[in-house]
Write a protein that binds this ligand. Structure first.
Ligand code: ACO
Length: 316
């Protein structure tokens, strides 16, 4: 597998920490020192589908392809207007593509799971070009009156086109069933024959998530670097899920690596779930920060508890 195009799209509305403190008992200092977030983008006039389509168009153009060249669409998504059909099916139609599509729910780790599945599918030789799109709208599942969760997230979409190649050096996925630290129960219709659950917006035990994220990411990174036979001085960048600057810093300190090797954009966008690494990768690609041969370690973690990491060599 190799990555041949990237794209991203973000909502136009910027919501600063100060804007949140107008209706929540919070302040910029608390949010910034604990998370690194200064502002986030929140969907207002546009829709998540529009963002996903725009990110995909960007990625297809960046890959010098057209929608008809895409053989499969994998969409990482946990929140959108429809449960069925999957967001990937809606995106396919709007792109004018004509290929099978599927959504996957790997929470914030969804991108690494999608990349791993794409690689396996490419290795089977069934397809040539796969479009991966990670699009999420966590602003629709947080309780906007709860200061402990609503300040953490933002909306956005990131996409990439992958094709056959030898640039995925290693990958590792891990899932440990643990619902309590982070979950969201969808509100369902009343059923006269079964017990009807009480609906709760996103629930998170921040301290548990923090510990699980740090442990899982360090373990995954060590495994993929060993499998790829890569030493720290050979790694150009570590692209970590943009959940929280303190999580990223703790992992960086444990690995004993320099700060400039851990690019971040959480200060601008908050936590955009599985879209965070693809958005970051697209920014680096468009800013000309990546050169052929760069080794990228990517690591994500999220509800499940699920996590995954991979080593990818940059180069089209
Ligand atoms: N503004 C002001 N005060 C707040 C806010 C807020 N937005 N939120 C909580 N507080 C208060 C709490 O009520 C508490 O007050 P109390 O002591 O009077 O009870 C106090 O701040 C401390 O709360 P803690 O929960 O102990 O704060 P902590 O230092 O643990 O930081 C945080 C919370 C930032 C969520 C931290 O636990 C964390 O980073 N966890 C990781 C979770 C994460 O990043 N999740 C992202 C989504 S999941 C994912 O992507 C994998």
């Amino acid at each position: 597998m190799k990555i041949i195009g990237t794209g991203s799209a973000l909502p136009t509305l910027t919501v600063t920490n100060e804007m949140l403190s107008e209706f929540l008992d919070t302040n910029h200092e608390w949010i910034y020192t604990r998370t690194g977030i200064v502002q986030r983008r929140i969907i207002s006039d546009e829709s998540l589908t529009e963002l996903a389509v725009s990110a995909c168009r960007n990625a297809i153009t960046n890959a010098n392809l057209e929608a008809k060249d895409i053989d499969f669409i994998l969409c990482s998504n946990i929140v959108n207007d429809y449960v069925i059909p999957g967001l990937s099916c809606i995106v396919q139609g709007k792109l004018g593509a004509n290929c099978p599509c599927i959504d996957l729910n790997g929470a914030c780790s969804g991108f690494i799971y999608a990349l791993d599945l794409a690689s396996a599918y490419l290795n089977m030789g069934k397809v040539k070009n796969i479009l991966i799109v990670c699009a999420d709208e966590l602003s629709k599942i947080v309780d906007w009156s709860a200061r402990d969760t609503s300040v953490l997230f933002g909306d956005g979409a990131g996409a990439m086109v992958v094709t056959q190649g030898k640039n995925l050096k290693s990958s590792h996925l891990s899932t440990t069933s643990a619902v309590a630290p982070l979950y969201y129960q969808r509100k369902l219709e009343f059923n006269p024959y079964s017990k009807n659950e009480e609906f709760k917006p996103l629930v998170m035990n921040g301290k548990d998530v923090y510990k699980m994220a740090v442990n899982a990411s360090i373990q995954d990174i060590n495994i993929v670097m060993q499998e790829a036979n890569v030493s720290p001085n050979e790694v150009s960048y570590y692209l970590l899920h943009q959940a929280n600057v303190r999580i990223i810093e703790t992992i960086r300190e444990y690995l004993g690596e320099r700060e400039e090797k851990f690019p971040k954009n959480i200060h601008k966008y908050g936590n955009t779930s599985s879209a965070s690494i693809p958005i970051l990768l697209d920014e680096m690609n468009k800013d000309g920060k990546l050169k052929d041969g760069d080794l990228l370690v990517m690591s994500a973690f999220g509800a499940g508890f699920s996590s995954g990491a991979c080593v990818v060599e940059w180069g089209k």
